[in-house]
Design a protein around this ligand. Sequence first.
Ligand code: S3P
Length: 445
Amino acid sequence: MSASPPRPLAISARGPLKGRVTVPGDKSISHRALMFSALAVGESRIEGLLEGEDVLATAAAMRAMGATIARGDDGAWTVSGVGVGGLLQPEGALDMGNSGTSTRLLMGLVASHPITVTFTGDASLSSRPMGRAIEPLAQMGAEITASPGAKGTETLPLMLKGISPAVPITYTLPVASAQVKSAVLLAGLNTPGITRVIEPVPTRDHSERMLRGFGAELTAEDGPEGKIISIRGEAELKPQHIVVPGDPSSAGFWMVAASIVPGSDVTIANVCMNPTRTGLIQALRMMGASIEALAPREVGGEPVADLRVRHAPLKAIEVPPELAPSMIDEYPILFVAASVAEGRTVARGAHELRVKESDRIATMRAALEANGVALEEFEDGLAITGTGGTPIPGGGAAVTRLDHRIAMSMAVAGLAAAAPIAIDDVAPVQTSYPAFFDVLDGLVA
Ligand code: S3P
């Protein structure tokens, strides 16, 4: 994936947001839909796939390893899979762009196939820790070596030599990571016997739900150390018709924008309400936000609802650290909400933010501070003293560091700022929400 040239953009207040939006398909579910379809025997159909750069990186990788993937004129995607165990040796390196999910999940898939794959990525991805995925995959028998140009032995570019048959393991997650959990389960798909992951802290369970939907034998039960997820390997996956629900992480930007801009009233349709993803809604409601979940239903094995969000005065809270895994990607936008709340919001217990697309504690601290927000940085979070409902000063820069969620969060901050916020680069929104600025234009029209 070629890096886009930087696209600077200044954002200022534009009045209330009103109307109905449909957010793009969930990013986590979109990656998994492509990967599992590519391993099924036969043709799957995917509706509502997120067509952002991260997911397109996964599509390109699965094609390079033998799957046939096409987008129809109706916007639905069809995937003809190679069968579990059938991944082919790709001709060149797999470029993962900005996508940690593509990288860690595909490392898992490759680990139990007799192929050797070099993974590369952009500057942001090449500084993110891959040791957390390498450790269990090496236990299963994969060989991982740093490639020339890598900053360390556990960062991209990396070469992974898979093995078949791999060794089934029982692995207790040392960090709360759905990507690492999924990497081990996906390696287990083509490994004889039962591969187990023990998850002390629950993380998003899209892999488990969807693998079951594809016919894999997968169980989850509570044990003394946490949830025990077991998958029987050498599975045969059956092709599926998947409808991807809307991404709650993308919906988060409109939830906060509507909550903090006076006069706003926005309905966000078709949002995935999987309980492992709804931490932001819980935190915003604790702050006094007006978020109504309408027409609850099930789509593609996931709970879904439409969310009506109206402006409401927000009060500071101590964000419960146990919410972290269910809102890990939403802290940047929560920090924006805290900036206009009344009082001092404290969000701690979120160390993982340091190793996302950017160091999201440092990046948001710098961006908000440059725009007049009073805050304090901790190793594991931020404390933010809000304005009590009046606009933040603004008038400063926001440096996004190739991080889509920083760009969108600071754009929302601009809507509640007295002077424009100059974002250095909004090109990264292509990662997860290519239409973000068009949707914004529609909501303030
Ligand atoms: C994801 C898991 C989370 C999240 C990421 C998507 C997934 O990462 O931050 O955006 O699809 O499994 P971690 O597993 O590193 O927590």
